[in-house]
Every structure is written in C-alpha cells, then in structure tokens.
Design a binder for this molecule. Structure first.
Ligand code: URA
Length: 284
C-alpha cells in the first residue's frame, strides 16, 4: 500500500536513490526530449533495484521509520497574539511576504516549539502551477525551504520532465513546521496550519494545484480514500472565491521508495495532465 511522505522521510534521509532511473523511465516512455537537466553526479548512479526480488522487498533490511511520537498531552498554545496570528491577521495579509512575516513565529500547534525553521514555501508568487506536500523533513527544517532533500531532488526532476523549472512553480506544504520523527501531521496540526495555506493559495492564485501524497489530498480537498485510487483523477477545491482544479499524485518520497516503472509512469501521466490543463487554449 502506498503511504504518505512523512512515513518515508526518515528512510530516505538514510538512503541513496537511483534518480538517474527517473530519467531512464522518461526515456523509456519516449519523453526524453523534455528532460533538460544534466545527468546526476556519479555518486547517484546506483544500480536500479532488481524487479525480480519480491521476497527481498518483504524483508527490506533498510532502517524503518521510527514510530510516531504523539504531541505532548499538556501542550497549550501560548496566548501571545503575535506568536499565534488570528484568522483576521492572516486574512489581512496582502502579499506572501506579509503572510510569512505574520506567521513565521507561529506556536499555534505542538509542532512550533520543536522546529528549527518555519518552512513557509517558495517559488513564483504568481505561479500558475502549485505543488502542495505534507510537511518539512530534516533537510527542510534545517534550511527553511520546502523539498530540498532527496524527495526534493526528485520533485525537481519531475518538474523538469514537464518542461518547467522549479522557479516557475510555487511549492508549499500542509504544515510549515517539521513533525517530530517525520511522522504524519495530526489532523489538528494540519487544520491549524491550513488557514495559512489557504491564504497562501489565495494570494498566489494558481490555475492548478498538484497534491503530493495522501495528506494534502485529505486536508486540502477532503478526500480520504487511498492515494493509489485517487491519483490521476481531477478534483476541485474552493478556496476563497475561486474553484481550483486539483491533480492528486504520489508523493516523491513514495516514488523513491517504490521505484517501479508503474509508479513513475503514473506520476508522469498525472503531471502531464496538469501541464496540459495549464497549456490548454484559454476559451476551452
Ligand atoms: N516532504 C514533504 O512533504 N515536504 C517537504 O518539504 C519535504 C519532504
């Protein structure tokens, strides 16, 4: 069963991944002309996992993610209104910069006190395509930027495969602070942070949202059925006074974990559909 990005982030941080194989798959699918990035450095050219080893997969010797740590039971949000911006303050932010300034000291949920950096999001403030992931991992927490670890490297390649650059897109997460042990954010944490994400989306005004994995699909669009079932099917979400088409796809961390041709092809199809929607003639 596919899982959320959070469950795999620990594992990914300890692994090398054959990112070259993503390019190989695109070549196999006949889309090599769209891949503009140079081949990754030699260290990343690890051999592809053999598809004929199902029993090894069952006994995967790689380190497993540690069990989720529940938030401290006695956590109470501080009453400081600057640390916890009210809905009014968030709604009043008229630019991404203002929104970031208003929210970056947030301690409104248990994730705030343990973060190193608040990961607001980054990219083109007027992007037509926006990706939404689950939450920062270790690398993102250290750098304060979304998708900069192994999953981020793959995301960059996925973006390149549809002929776009990371700078043309906006990338954000459901939660802006790293969940301890890379666990999936709780529904309460996600909902607390969702006010920020909604305003972020309103300010950017993307034509298409791509959700990465189960968490953003559940929290942003309200779809809880498995990501394998729901990926590739257009949805719509109302944010502010706009309805935005949503294309759900697998989280790049899941793709790295399940590095099969089927999974890569599925992501490729989903991103291609999103790009086709962006490129369609205005009146269609
Ligand atoms: N996984 C996510 O969901 N978001 C990030 O920013 C990095 C990894």
């Amino acid at each position: 069963m596919p899982e959320t990005g959070g469950k795999f982030r620990d594992t990914l941080e300890a692994m090398d991944h054959p990112l070259q194989a993503w390019r190989d798959t695109l070549e196999e699918l006949g889309v090599v002309g769209l891949v503009r990035e140079p081949a990754p450095p030699a260290a990343e050219h690890a051999p592809r996992p053999s598809p004929s080893l199902p029993s090894e997969r069952l006994q995967d010797p790689r380190p497993r993610p540690r069990p989720a740590t529940p938030p401290p039971a006695d956590y109470a949000p501080p009453s400081n209104p600057i640390s916890c911006p009210t809905v009014d303050i968030v709604a009043a932010a008229s630019s991404l910069q203002e929104l970031c300034q208003a929210t970056q000291a947030c301690l409104a949920c248990p994730l705030g006190p343990s973060r190193l950096k608040f990961v607001f999001g980054e990219g083109d403030a007027q992007a037509r395509l926006m990706f939404v992931g689950e939450g920062p991992g270790r690398d993102e927490d250290l750098l304060g930027r979304p998708f900069v670890g192994k999953a981020g490297e793959l995301l960059d390649r996925m973006i390149g495969a549809i002929g776009m650059k990371r700078e043309e897109i906006y990338i954000a997460n459901v939660v802006k602070c790293r969940p301890p042990d890379n666990r999936t954010p709780t529904p309460e944490e996600a909902r607390t942070c969702l006010t920020y994400l909604h305003r972020q989306i309103e300010l950017i005004g993307p034509a298409v949202l791509v959700t990465l994995g189960a968490t953003p699909l559940r929290e942003l669009v309200g779809i809880s059925e498995g990501i394998t079932k729901s990926r590739g099917q257009w949805r719509r979400v109302r944010i502010g006074n706009r309805e935005i088409p949503v294309m759900p796809t697998f989280h790049p961390a899941y793709v790295l974990r399940q590095y099969t041709q089927d999974v890569r092809r599925a992501v490729w199809e989903d991103l291609k559909a999103a790009k086709e929607w962006l490129d369609r003639p205005a009146d269609s």
